[in-house]
Design a protein around this ligand. Structure first.
Ligand SMILES: [Zn+2]
Length: 466
């Protein structure tokens, strides 16, 4: 027979353990589980966690992980932490949310309880397929200000923080590889005008091999302000006011220097050996392209975007076949970063204009509507080139003086500028290209006069057969 005193001691110990476990469960159970299944019509406010509208530097427990932008040692530079999870809210050192514009969809997923807001990504096997950097440009705090140079390797350089300290550090860059098929390139290969080498052009059908990357914006605010020639306070104020007051910490947290803006990022497509990009002894061809969905994807003929992009890809492939390497960078800056709605409004105004759609009034139509000609502001565009370690471009497949000036002024040499061949100009695109040439775009030909611009006219709607 067992000793009743010992039995009651064991029972007491079990009860104590159970109480401890209940306490632990309460602490670790994700907040959202408590609200699961409750409809929005019957909120139980007494159980809702308080909404934190903003934070202040002097608040109890606020201790952002220090960031030393441009530091050589990634541990000194510090991980970018944007998560508002209870665990990292006070340590977080970035304003905004990951994913650029897609942060809104993530919020929606949380709202409809499809996503646990405190869930951390499983980064197993997600590492880049090629090595990029570090390059000396990463360690100049003024050279790269609009992306995180460590963004593709956070899971390795900040492993301690992620695994040991359970910190939510997310990659802002991903690099993978793929096969791709582009109708125009396939036709060129089938016509025997682009050889099959089994390395870049893989098949007689014209399939291409590519290493590609996606980059989300990470803004170092003092650097962005400097790049645009404004003071940081003015920049923060405008970003706060003109996003409908979306990011109050731009104002209340001057100690947080990193902002993840809710905008599109960029993609890079590398043809040939990616290791050669930073080797100045190898030939490098570059096309920097700003998104134009209407032309790039749907083949609209009012501009030169798709043909110039395809020409850029073809020149990248040819360079790789000669032993060099090619790079296309694709920026999400639709309609000169004015957006597609503005762009189509401009098309209407152009086609309905008295005297027709002329090259002479091309930019005026955009200015009438948007107040500016262009909001792409190429000032931060070269950051991605510096991130890749580029110091010299042999062939720049672009006529844009704004892109050329931004790249050259950032310290990268450009040896040749390559305009779009005349034979590739779509029927209705002469208005755009002549207006741009007159405004400073690079050309090997003549610069059109005022009178000539008046005479370059696009199609009117009356020309369209219904
Ligand atoms: Zn276009």
């Amino acid at each position: 027979m067992s000793d009743p005193t010992a039995l009651s001691q064991i029972l007491d110990a079990i009860n104590a353990l159970k109480l401890q476990q209940d306490e632990l469960l309460k602490k670790t159970e994700p907040t959202w589980r408590k609200f699961r299944g409750r409809s929005l019509q019957t909120p139980n406010r007494s159980m809702s966690p308080p909404i934190i509208l903003t934070t202040y530097p002097g608040q109890v427990g606020i201790a952002p992980i220090p960031i030393t932008w441009g530091a050589e040692d990634p541990q000194v530079r510090g991980p970018i932490v944007a998560s508002r999870n209870p665990a990292s809210l006070k340590q977080r050192n970035a304003i905004g949310a990951h994913g650029g514009a897609y942060s809104i969809y993530r919020a929606l997923a949380v709202a409809i309880k499809e996503l646990d807001p405190v869930r951390k990504p499983d980064l197993h096997n997600t590492e880049p397929v090629v090595d990029i950097g570090p390059h000396p440009s990463w360690f100049d705090p003024d050279r790269i200000v609009s992306l995180d140079p460590w963004g593709h390797i956070v899971s390795s350089v900040f492993r301690e923080r992620i695994e040991g300290e359970s910190m939510d550090v997310r990659p802002t860059i991903a690099i993978t590889k793929a096969h791709m098929s582009v109708a125009e390139i396939e036709a060129t290969v089938r016509a025997g005008k682009l050889p099959v080498d089994g390395r870049v052009v893989l098949t007689p059908e014209g399939q291409l091999f590519v290493t590609k990357g996606a980059v989300e914006p990470v803004w170092y605010l003092p650097g962005i302000a400097k790049r645009f020639g404004v003071d940081e306070t003015t920049l923060r104020r405008a970003l706060f006011e003109d996003t409908g007051g979306s990011f109050p910490e731009l104002i209340t947290r001057p100690d947080l220097k990193i902002f993840l803006p809710p905008i599109g990022g960029l993609s890079i497509y590398i043809f040939g050996n990616p290791d050669l990009i930073s080797d100045p002894t190898k030939e490098l061809t570059v096309r920097v392209h700003d998104e134009c969905n209407g032309s790039d994807v749907f083949g609209s003929d009012i501009c030169t975007c798709r043909p110039y992009l395809i020409y850029g890809i073809e020149e990248c492939v040819r360079t790789a076949q000669r032993g060099g390497v090619g790079l296309c960078v694709y920026f999400r800056k639709e309609g000169r970063a004015l957006g597609e709605v503005t762009k189509y409004l401009v098309y209407n105004a152009r086609k309905r204009a008295e005297g027709g759609d002329t090259a002479a009034s091309y930019f005026a139509r955009t200015e009438n509507i948007a107040g500016v000609k262009d909001m792409r502001f190429q000032a931060t565009m070269p950051d991605v080139l510096h991130w890749l370690g580029i110091t010299k471009i042999d062939n720049m497949i672009s006529m844009s003086n704004m892109k050329y000036d931004a790249i050259v002024n950032s310290g990268i040499k450009i040896l040749n500028r390559v305009p779009i061949p005349d034979g590739l100009l779509p029927p209705d695109s002469r208005v755009e290209i002549d207006a741009k040439i007159a405004a400073g775009y690079f050309t090997n030909g003549a610069i059109p006069t005022e009178l000539a611009l008046e005479n370059v006219k696009g199609r009117t709607w009356d020309d369209i057969q219904h």
